[in-house]
Design a protein. Structure first.
Length: 350
């Protein structure tokens, strides 16, 4: 069957279906999905964030058969450059659109480097049960077998689906559906990079439909206590990485620079090196900096009062959140309180 016939048929179907389709907004922010390479075989060393939203949408005419799609370029960056200002701008725009009756769901196209952080941030500040799906690509739009178009197509279906309502912010690439809280990038370059290593996918995209098998047990989106609508900045929270022979220099530097919180990505179960690191974190705590013990391991629970006397130090533990996600929750927690008992509750709630 010729491509032209398929396209004409799809268009006819779209016209025939008309208003019954869900209204999905696609917000573009950059990344590889909007990237271009010097040739069709360039899959590393390309330029991210060069293709605009209208080009992205026009490259997938099939979108018209599954949703009434509108696009908006919120900003255009490689996502390693993501920052709090961009997050606040994106969150406010998402919430404004979701409050509209004519918006059923939102897709955000995004660089994969920080999808796991942006998705968790939005999971904690989006004030709606409507679907929000974050999508990216591991190959630029110019590459052979670019994964962006099919990922975008699936993301729009997911964002317009009833099944995705109330599931929290979702990350959908490579036919897999992940929860924002637990998903992480597992490979620097392969298309199957997004995993939820031990807790697992929520489901799959198959044959133009979502199939869910699980959902998060933690609070998110409409049930979240965090609200950024009146915020123009977020507290500075930094991460120190644990390793053999670690010293206290980075901790002291972050404290001197005015960090309000420090996440320690410890070895093992969030262990603190002595005699260098534990005293440094203790002193930071006594200066009012909130300390969260996380782990560089990537899976498992960081047990309170396990590898450190958290009650004595007045530290918080990250539960299963990896360091980069613990940083986000601590940042938002600090917009509401500096009470470490309250903050620990938040880490056991979200
Ligand atoms: N520069 C990286 C980013 O924008 C490229 C990775 C990607 O988007 O897949 O996140």
């Amino acid at each position: 069957m010729s491509v032209l016939f398929v396209l004409l048929f799809s268009f006819a179907v779209a016209e025939a279906r008309g208003p019954g389709l869900p209204n999905v907004m696609v917000l573009a922010t950059g990344g590889t999905i909007a990237g271009t390479g010097s040739s069709s075989t360039t899959v590393v060393g390309y330029t991210a964030a060069t293709v605009g939203i209208e080009t992205l949408l026009n490259a997938v005419p099939e979108l018209k058969t599954v949703a009434n799609v509108k696009g908006e370029q919120v900003f255009q960056i490689a996502s390693e450059n993501m920052n709090n200002d961009y997050w606040l701008k994106l969150a406010k725009r998402v919430n404004a659109l979701l409050a509209q009756d004519d918006v059923d769901g939102i897709v955000i196209t995004h660089g994969t480097d920080t999808i796991e952080e942006t998705s968790y941030f939005l999971d904690l500040v989006v004030k709606s049960k409507k679907p929000v799906v974050i999508v990216g690509a591991m190959r630029p739009s110019t590459a052979i077998s670019a994964d962006g178009p099919i990922n975008l197509y699936n993301a729009v279906i997911l964002a317009g689906s009833d099944e995705a309502i109330g599931k929290g912010v979702l990350v959908a690439l490579n036919d897999q559906i992940n929860a924002a809280r637990d998903v992480t990038k597992n490979n620097t370059s392969t298309a199957d990079t997004f995993r939820t290593p031990e807790l697992g996918f929520l489901g799959y995209m198959q044959g133009n439909k979502p199939y869910f098998y699980r959902q998060s047990t933690r609070r998110h989106t409409a049930d979240s206590e965090f609200d950024v609508s009146n915020l123009d900045a977020l507290p500075q929270v930094d991460i120190v990485y644990g390793y053999a022979n670690m010293n206290r220099v980075a901790i002291d530097a972050f404290v001197a620079a005015g960090a309000k919180g420090i996440v320690h990505a410890g070895v093992g179960d969030g262990s603190l090196a002595r005699p260098a690191v534990e005293p440094a974190l203790d002193e930071a705590r006594k200066k009012g900096v909130v300390i969260v013990r996380s782990s560089r391991v990537g899976n498992g629970i960081v047990a309170r009062n396990g590898e450190a006397k958290d009650d004595e130090h007045d530290f918080v533990v990250s539960d299963t959140l990896n360091p980069q996600k613990a940083r986000i929750l601590l940042m938002l927690a600090l917009t509401k309180t500096t009470d470490t008992k309250e903050i620990q509750r938040m880490f056991y709630t979200y």
